[in-house]
Design a protein around this ligand. Structure first.
Ligand code: URA
Length: 244
C-alpha cells in the first residue's frame, strides 16, 4: 500500500479500514469524501500517495488518518489485554473500529500485562516496533510500582547489581534503577522485557506488586493530561525521545 506512488482511492481507503470498496463508493455518493476541497465522485480514480494526504482528504470532515506509520499512544487501563484475539476486553476495543481493519495491521509495541496500566504504543510500522523492542537497543522503560509490603532496603543495590536471577531462569538481569518514593511506592527503570519482569523482581525480594503503571519509554513520559483509556497519535519528535 505505502510503497505505491499512485493508488486507487477506494483500495487505499479500504486498506486504511474505512470500509469495503463498496462501502467507500457509498461514502463518496453521500458526499462524505472530500479531496482537495471537492467531493469525490469517482472512487476508482488513482491518487498520489504522499505523507500529506491527511491534509488533502477528509472523510466526514475529519482529516484522513496517516496512510502509513501510524503510531498511537494509549493510556492503557488495567483489565484490558494486549492481544488481537483473547477473550475479554482488548486494547484494540479502545480505538476507532476502522483501525482494527487496517492492512498492514496495528500491533502493540511489546505487551503490558492485563493488570498493568499506563503508556502503551501501537503501530503499523514494523521497523519502528523492532527498533523499540529490540533487546540490542536497550530502550529503557520506567514503571511505578505500588507494593503490598514496605521495601526492605536491599532492593536498590540488588536491582542495580546485575546479579539478580529470576526464579526459573539462569541469566542474571541487567542492572535496573530503583527510585524509592515511599515505603510502598517506587519507580523502577529496566532495559529488558522479560516475562512479568517487574512483578517477578519484587517477588524475588519477598514483596508483591499491587499495582503497576508504565510511565516512561526512553525519555518519553506518559502525558499527565491523557486520561486513562484515552489515546492520541504520537508525533515524530515524541518518537525520537524514546531513543534518547
Ligand atoms: N513487568 C511486569 O511485570 N508487567 C508488565 O506489564 C510490564 C513489566
Amino acid at each position: 500500500m505505502t510503497k505505491a506512488v499512485n493508488a486507487r482511492l477506494d483500495k487505499l481507503l479500504s486498506s486504511m479500514g474505512y470500509g469495503s470498496r463498496r462501502e467507500i463508493g457509498g461514502l463518496a455518493r453521500a458526499d462524505r469524501i472530500v479531496l482537495n476541497g471537492e467531493n469525490v465522485n469517482d472512487v476508482t480514480r488513482r491518487i498520489r500517495v504522499t505523507a500529506d494526504l491527511p491534509t488533502r482528504i477528509t472523510v466526514d470532515g475529519i482529516p484522513l488518518d496517516p496512510v502509513a506509520g501510524l503510531v498511537i499512544l494509549l493510556n492503557k487501563p488495567a483489565g484490558v489485554t494486549c492481544s488481537h484475539n483473547e477473550a475479554g476486553p482488548l486494547v484494540y476495543d479502545l480505538l476507532p473500529t476502522r483501525w482494527r481493519r487496517r492492512d498492514p495491521a496495528l500491533s502493540t509495541v511489546g505487551r503490558l500485562d492485563k493488570e498493568t496500566s499506563g503508556l502503551l504504543l501501537l503501530t503499523d510500522d514494523g521497523e519502528l516496533l523492532h527498533r523499540i523492542t529490540s533487546p540490542k537497543r536497550k530502550v529503557s522503560k520506567t514503571y511505578r510500582a505500588t507494593l503490598s509490603r514496605p521495601l526492605n532496603g536491599d532492593e536498590v543495590a540488588l536491582f542495580a547489581s546485575g546479579t539478580l536471577v529470576l526464579k526459573g531462569e539462569t541469566k542474571p538481569l541487567d542492572p535496573a534503577i530503583l527510585e524509592v518514593m515511599s515505603p510502598t511506592e517506587a519507580h523502577l527503570t529496566i532495559t529488558e522485557g522479560r516475562y512479568h519482569q517487574v512483578r517477578r523482581m519484587f517477588a524475588a525480594c519477598g514483596n508483591h506488586v499491587e499495582a503497576l503503571r508504565r510511565e516512561r519509554l526512553g525519555q518519553f513520559h506518559l502525558p499527565e493530561e491523557l486520561a486513562v483509556g484515552s489515546w492520541r497519535l504520537l508525533g515524530g519528535e515524541e518518537q525520537q525521545l524514546i531513543f534518547r
